[in-house]
Design a protein around this ligand. Structure first.
Ligand SMILES: [Fe+2]
Ligand SMILES: [Fe+2]
Length: 162
């Protein structure tokens, strides 16, 4: 289940609402990301959690919010395409950047965030702290989204026992 806290954060909404209104971003809702979430839910989670960290750290939270939302702006199912994982990790940030440029102007930091978010699996090192934040939050969200039904199962079991 998606956490909807972001909807009550007026500053955050003001930073991304033009992007959320585009057909391209809306279309992310039609793709499954990590088994239990859509690519849109995943993108908002990465964007919002990264924005909160960047804001606390005094970094460019606008760039983090916007590029975080656009970091996976691609439209194929990465589990069924012919790419191997390495190729997908290399290719999809470039596809996302090209798509993002069709709907908004991107600052150098925003471009770096999108292109380097697979850092770790790909060699390209982030140039900015903002890019490191989005890359780390992306990894954390993948783990969280993948395991959330497991957590629910566990808490249901616990509530039956105690
Ligand atoms: Fe990605
Ligand atoms: Fe992602």
């Amino acid at each position: 289940m998606q956490n909807n806290d972001w909807k009550n954060d007026e500053l955050y909404v003001s930073l991304v609402e033009d992007l959320l209104a585009t057909d391209m971003v809306k279309n992310l809702a039609n793709y499954t990301q990590h088994h239990h979430s859509t690519r849109l839910e995943h993108s908002i989670s990465v964007s919002y959690d990264s924005y909160k960290i960047a804001r606390r750290a005094g970094l460019d939270y606008r760039a983090v919010a916007r590029a975080g939302l656009l970091h996976d702006l691609f439209f194929y199912d990465w589990r069924t395409t012919k790419f191997d994982l390495g190729s997908h990790a290399f290719i999809h940030p470039r596809v996302a950047l090209r798509n993002a440029e069709k709907i908004t102007d991107l600052s150098p930091i925003e471009k770096d965030i999108i292109l380097k978010h697979m850092w770790g699996l790909t060699l390209a090192r982030p140039k900015y702290k903002e890019s490191v934040i989005v890359s780390l939050v992306d990894d954390l969200e993948a783990v969280r989204e993948f395991s959330s039904p497991l957590k629910e199962k566990l808490s249901t079991k616990l509530s039956k026992v105690f």
